[in-house]
Design a protein around this ligand. Sequence first.
Ligand code: NI
Length: 139
Amino acid sequence: MKKGAVRFGVSMDPELLDHFDDLIERKGYGNRSEAIRDLIRDYLVRQEWKGGQEIVGTITLVYNHHVRELSEALTDIQHDHSDRVLSTLHIHLDHANCLEVIAVKGSSEEVQKLADRLIGTRGVKHGRLAATTTGKRLK
Ligand code: NI
């Protein structure tokens, strides 16, 4: 057991625990403690997103750069939010399609708004915001 770690008991329906054990085995967890720690961290990160705290994330976009003025529009939006955009990775997938991954940091509301604006730009085929944490509030 990790130094300073606390042990606690949890009562649970055996069937529920069986399902949990099956799942964590498939996911490759070494033991229940590791899996439960990850679940708790994920829950805490989700709360950060609801609480308007500073968060980080990545916005992934797939779009056709032949759509008129689309590349310029996406670049303009990122310049308008340059204080929130940390870095952008652009990959030319094929003759027409581009993949863009934008690392962002800011309040959860700001980051969500920026993601909505980029993903909602006409011509973007698919977009997704992957939300994570600055890590400062997690052990
Ligand atoms: Ni491209």
